[in-house]
Design a protein around this ligand. Structure first.
Ligand SMILES: Nc1ncnc2c1ncn2[C@@H]1O[C@H](COP(=O)(O)OP(=O)(O)OP(=O)(O)O)[C@@H](O)[C@H]1O
Ligand SMILES: [Mg+2]
Length: 237
């Protein structure tokens, strides 16, 4: 046995993903190594098509790798059956998407409570916890509203509240500010900064150097490989 994997929130070893296409197998991710420590705040950057979303989807257990190993909270996810993986994923991480992905016919409160339904919490507990998380992101007064009644930045806050509802140690976000103007993006980044200060580990993808500057560590992808991994200069305190 080497270093215990339990020390890392995320540890990937030689992780790769090839997609089957009409032209044959396309290697979108070519065997990357990364360790994410508790409390890390990482921005993943790199040109379009460099494999960032492919990587994030593997980290979020939304897709399976074609090579390598992924340890999430010390567990080799390949060794878990469907149910065990769903439980680990639900307890450990929250995923935030560029497009918010809220259910349009459900109140904000019910959207935020959804992961608790899968976790088996009772109705009263779901309601109380969802309201608590909406208040945390500054939207407590909109609990009964539908997503269409609030702005894009507010919708992304709701999506973050939903990601937080199971008290995960890790937030994964793929271009969370990609659909937002720069002012709203800064507000969302302030929220991520607060969550990280509370000890939540954050890995987010962005194209914007200004957004990446909020993270403490920057990882760059190119052609399915990690080409640099360094601390942010003048990192925020
Ligand atoms: N389901 C798929 N089938 C085939 N090829 C795919 C699939 N998903 C992604 N790819 C290819 O894999 C490569 C990496 O895609 P990926 O979405 O991970 O890039 P990205 O870095 O997230 O890009 P962007 O910045 O545009 O979001 C691209 O060449 C893409 O066309
Ligand atoms: Mg992408």
């Amino acid at each position: 046995m080497g270093t215990p994997a339990t020390e890392s929130v995320i540890r990937v070893v030689g992780l790769g993903k090839s997609y089957a296409t009409a032209a044959g197998l396309f290697p979108a991710l070519k065997g990357v190594n990364l360790d994410v420590r508790p409390g890390d705040y990482i921005a993943i950057m790199g040109p379009s098509g460099s494999g960032k979303s492919t990587f994030m989807n593997l980290l979020g257990c939304l897709d399976t790798p074609t090579m390598g190993e992924y340890y999430l909270a010390g567990e080799n996810v390949a060794h878990l059956d469907r149910d065990a993986l769903a439980i680990l994923r639900n307890r450990t991480l929250g995923f935030v998407f560029q497009g918010f992905n809220l259910l349009p016919r459900m109140s904000l409160q019910d959207n935020v409570a959804l992961p608790l339904v899968y976790a088996g919490a009772d109705k009263e507990r779901r309601r109380a916890r969802a309201r608590e998380m909406l208040a945390k992101v500054g939207l407590g007064q909109y609990a009964e509203s539908l997503p269409s009644r609030i702005s894009g930045g507010q919708q992304q806050r709701v999506a973050i509240a939903r990601a937080l509802v199971n008290a995960p140690q890790l937030i994964l976000a793929d271009e969370p500010t990609g659909n937002l103007d720069s002012h709203t993006s800064e507000e969302i980044m302030r929220l991520f900064g607060e969550l990280n200060a509370e000890g939540i580990t954050i890995v987010l993808v962005t194209h914007e150097p200004d957004i990446a500057a909020h993270a403490r560590r920057q990882v760059k992808f190119l052609d399915g490989e990690i080409v640099s991994d360094h601390l942010t200069e003048h990192a925020p305190a």
